[in-house]
Design a protein around this ligand. Structure first.
Ligand SMILES: [Zn+2]
Length: 115
C-alpha cells in the first residue's frame, strides 16, 4: 500500500505510530490523516488494528461471512456493503470499551505499587 506525500510527492512516508491513522512524510515532515482512504485501505487498517496479521480470518469470523468475501474486499474486487461498516464500527467500539477498562485497571495497579 504505497503512499506519496501530498505536499512533496515523496514516497518516503511512514505512520507516526502503528495504526495511528496519521502518516508523516520523511522528506518534508508533512503530516496527514488517512481520512481520504479507499474502502479497501480502510478495511485493511481496521483489520490490522483489530486483529493483527491474521485479521482476514478473524474479520470473516466476526462478521459471519466467508473468508473469500473478506479476500474480495481486500483485493478490491468488491466493496463492503454499508451494513458491514456498521458492524465493524460496533466491533471497534466494543474493543475500545474493553481496552479502556483494561487500561484503567493497569493505572490502578500502578498506583497501588507506587512507592
Ligand atoms: Zn513531503
Amino acid at each position: 500500500m504505497k503512499r506519496h506525500c501530498p505536499e512533496c510527492e515523496s514516497a518516503r512516508v511512514k505512520p507516526i505510530a502503528p495504526h495511528s491513522g496519521i502518516l508523516q512524510c520523511q522528506e518534508c515532515g508533512w503530516e496527514w490523516s488517512v481520512g481520504s482512504t479507499t474502502d479497501t485501505e480502510l478495511l485493511i487498517y481496521f483489520g490490522k488494528a483489530m486483529w493483527g496479521s491474521r485479521w482476514q480470518a478473524e474479520m470473516a469470523r466476526a462478521l459471519g461471512v466467508h473468508p473469500d468475501t473478506v479476500q474480495d474486499w481486500r483485493q478490491g474486487r468488491m466493496i463492503p456493503r454499508p451494513g458491514v461498516w456498521t458492524d465493524l464500527r460496533r466491533i471497534g467500539e466494543q474493543r475500545r470499551s474493553t481496552l479502556a477498562a483494561i487500561l484503567a485497571a493497569i493505572d490502578k495497579l500502578q498506583e497501588r505499587t507506587k512507592p
